[in-house]
Design a protein around this ligand. Structure first.
Ligand SMILES: [Zn+2]
Ligand SMILES: [Zn+2]
Length: 775
């Protein structure tokens, strides 16, 4: 029987080649009708034999016919009246009744079809470093404006040749409407220059061969990729890597590496099934993998950590380069220190000329700089540590549509910002630390650009409670909008709620470096009762003093001295602890000054920071006494933690009526000091310390459950980037019967703050609640 059905599909179905796929299946089944993007997804109308329509629906969701990047969330079909004299199936550009939700999709690693064409001598794109199709290639990084059409991308300067144009306009072709489509005759080209900008080579094959030669000879080459420049060096050549460190002014932070196959990566690191999937995924992130013992990777690639960060080649250019006998490359962001990633040819010479010996450039402009994303695995699930290329701007979808557009400014460290548009939370890519003037400048430009790209006019602005944050000051300057200030750790837990699409309340356990508290103290280790409407502070790590504000997050001696004083009270003296303090701060004079500062409370602030406790313990074990980069000491402490240690230290949780319960770390510190004296292996001490924190947090959660009757626990905060701690804590909580939620799609560090702020603000707007600052 002939019938007509309307099919409504939601999910990731726009900008991923979905309509052409619908067209192909419908015409193959001799169905007539129409397909178009609507405000929530895709609408299809199909007319023909009922049985064929059923077959259509099966094929649309099958792996063979569904576009690789499409994700169908819901699919509803219902009968509608027949349309007479319809004999074709058509793709309509868009629904006239409203603009589609999001036309901008993420940059995607080169697909298998393109790779085989690139390797095929008979293909007209043989060996072409910019091959791409609807299923792969740059998107977000090349779009200047909407709608997402070629004239609005940085490909507009390249006129398509006849062959490319034929594919671009053929609905049955894999390159139908693939905006960056190009070939050697009509598209972008590569060239190799010296570090003064003088061209060395322009012929593609020779450019690649010479670049490989330079790298294998220990030179540093800046390579322009998808989201910006990388600085590349031979990862097996320690001298080259050390030279790169020196020139990039990056002394300690581990470098990411790239290889062309999983088999190659397995020679250097341990790759489990999930990690392999992630490495090979279209997003192609950097995956943190346990180091293999005696791996030949140059020691200075990643010192003081237990993992390597690896990614597979993800642009055609990478694959072509690796064909020239390259094993493994350091591929670190092309910038100096913590400045924004460099993506323009002009600035690359000026800024990277002193770092690189040569530059491998191309003439496809990168409009938005996007760093590589970083992922690790927790509880057999992928967890993002830095969300950027491949993941941005894919939105996080919430249940209820918000009536107002919202801008959430994020935090100052590891900044991201977030927009709310209807039921979408659209997070920006990792922007960086706003205290760097150039990063801050980039932040403001990015907010303005992305607001335009996503057609957002925020009436409500959410930001951190910290009055000194640049992001807060920026939000406050938007005077025509209503500004809401949200406590840092509330936002952390709210980011977990948003990801899991729940409103709470839940028990929130936050393990964090620092965040501005409602009482003016610096909070960090918190047990909160949290919903998207409000939060209550149930308990926290007992306050200790931090002397010397800014320096306190770098120098371990500051929290260490304060924690000793807390643990031993009057029994503590510099002389008595000389044997241990020597290791933490050899400068006796400095010890004296900080000690007096703490006693008199000069330039001191109260804190419950957990990150600083990690710093202190790492320094006590001689792992260093200074954070050259964020979390260096905590990472070093995690790296040495012995596995299979069940012991822990004593700790104390105390209650007083009407007050938050307090986790006192004094006994834990005493236990660690005793173990050091007794020459206990440091790996065991580290493991016992981790176990103690997990036990104390779990105990606080149990107390919170008793009084709140809640059984959901949400974990967030920067310290949960520590795998050892989160693994242990999740295990304990599950044993206690808790349902445990943690961040996966956004980082648990401050990169996730903007999502939490956005979710809180969106909930207030949707519920029509009064919008006031958090308590
Ligand atoms: Zn492709
Ligand atoms: Zn062409």
């Amino acid at each position: 029987m002939i019938k007509r059905q309307r099919i409504l599909i939601t999910g990731q179905v726009q900008g991923v080649g979905f309509r052409p796929a619908v067209y192909r299946i419908a015409t193959a089944l001799q169905l007539s009708g129409i397909v178009y993007n609507n405000t929530n997804g895709v609408t299809i109308e199909l007319q023909g034999q009922g049985q064929k329509i059923t077959e259509f629906l099966v094929r649309l969701q099958s792996d063979t016919d569904k576009p690789p990047l499409a994700r169908i969330k819901t699919c509803e079909a219902f009968d509608i009246p027949l349309v007479e004299n319809e004999d074709k199936f058509l793709i309509r550009t868009s629904d006239s009744q409203g603009t589609p939700l999001s036309q901008v999709t993420a940059d995607i690693a080169t697909c298998r079809d393109c790779l085989s064409e690139m390797a095929d001598e008979k293909d007209f794109r043989y060996g072409y470093p910019f091959i791409n199709c609807t299923n792969c290639g740059p998107r977000y990084s090349i779009i200047k404006n909407i709608p997402y059409d070629r004239p609005n991308t940085t490909m507009s300067v390249f006129g398509m040749c006849d062959k490319c144009a034929a594919q671009y306009t053929d609905v049955t072709d894999r390159r139908f409407h693939a905006q960056p489509v190009a070939c050697p005759a009509c598209g972008p080209k590569i060239r190799l220059t010296d570090n003064k900008g003088k061209t060395i080579q322009t012929q593609t094959e020779k450019v690649l061969a010479e670049t490989a030669c330079l790298l294998l000879a220990g030179k540093i080459v800046a390579i322009k990729g998808i989201g910006g420049f990388h600085l590349a060096a031979d990862a097996l050549n320690n001298k080259a890597v050390e030279r790169l460190r020196e020139r990039k002014k990056r002394d300690h932070k581990p470098f990411a590496m790239m290889a062309e196959s999983i088999e190659k990566i397995k020679q250097f690191a341990i790759v489990d099934g999930l990690s392999e999937q992630l490495l090979k995924s279209p997003q192609s992130p950097i995956v943190l993998l346990p180091k293999r013992k005696n791996s030949p990777i140059a020691p200075s690639v990643a010192q003081g950590v237990g993992t390597y960060g690896f990614m597979l080649c993800y642009a055609p250019l990478h694959y072509l380069l690796f064909e020239h006998d390259i094993d493994v490359l350091v591929m670190t962001s092309g910038n100096i220190s913590d400045e924004p990633l460099i993506c323009k040819n002009e600035t690359s010479l000026e800024r990277l000329g002193n770092v690189a010996d040569a530059l491998l450039m191309h003439d496809r402009q990168i409009f938005r700089q996007v760093d590589d994303s970083i992922v690790h695995c927790i509880e057999k699930e992928p967890v993002l540590l830095r969300r950027a290329r491949g993941y941005v701007p894919t939105p996080i979808i919430i249940e209820q549509s918000c009536t107002e557009d919202i801008f959430a400014a994020g935090a100052d460290l590891k900044n991201t910002f977030c927009f709310v548009k209807r039921n979408q939370l659209i997070c920006s890519e990792h922007i960086g630390d706003l205290e760097d003037a150039e990063v801050y400048h980039h932040y403001i430009g990015s907010v303005e650009h992305l607001a335009k790209l996503f057609e957002i006019e925020p009436k409500i602005v959410a930001c951190d409670l910290h009055p000194g944050y640049f992001s807060t000051q920026y939000a406050n300057s938007m005077t025509s909008r209503k500004v809401i200030h949200i406590q840092h750790h509330w936002a952390h837990v709210a980011s977990v709620l948003a990801e899991h699409n729940i409103n709470g309340p839940v028990i929130g356990l936050v393990c964090d470096g620092t965040g501005y508290g409602s009482d003016g103290a610096i909070w960090g280790c918190e047990c909160l009762i949290v919903s998207l409407e409000k939060f209550e502070r149930f308990g926290h790590l007992d306050y200790y003093q931090l002397a010397g504000a800014d320096k306190a997050s770098k120098e371990a001696v500051r929290p260490a001295l304060s924690l000793f004083k807390k643990a031993y009270g009057d029994k503590f003296s510099l002389r008595e602890f000389d044997w241990l303090l020597n290791r933490i701060e050899p400068d006796k004079n400095k010890l004296q000054i900080i000690s007096e500062q703490l006693e008199k409370g000069i330039n001191c602030i109260e804190t419950s920071s957990l990150g600083r406790v990690f710093d202190a313990v790492a320094a006590m074990l001689g792992l260093g006494n200074y954070n050259h980069f964020d979390a260096q000491l905590p990472m070093a402490l995690e790296a040495i933690a012995a596995v299979d240690v069940e012991d822990s230290y004593k700790f104390d949780i105390s209650f007083s009526p009407g007050q938050p319960c307090l986790f006192d770390p004094g006994m834990t510190i005493q236990g660690i000091v005793k173990d050091i004296k007794d020459n206990i292996e440091h790996g065991i001490i580290s493991a016992k310390f981790h176990n103690t924190l997990a036990a104390a947090l779990s105990a606080m959660a149990k107390h919170a459950r008793q009084s709140s009757k809640l059984n959901n626990v949400a974990l967030s905060g920067g310290v949960f980037c520590n795998r050892h701690l989160i693994d242990r804590l999740v295990k304990l909580l599950k044993e206690e019967g808790f349902d445990v939620l943690f961040n996966r799609q956004v980082p648990s560090n401050d990169g996730g703050i903007s999502l939490g702020q956005a979710a809180i603000a969106a909930n207030l707007v949707t519920k029509g609640l009064s919008i006031t600052d958090s308590q």
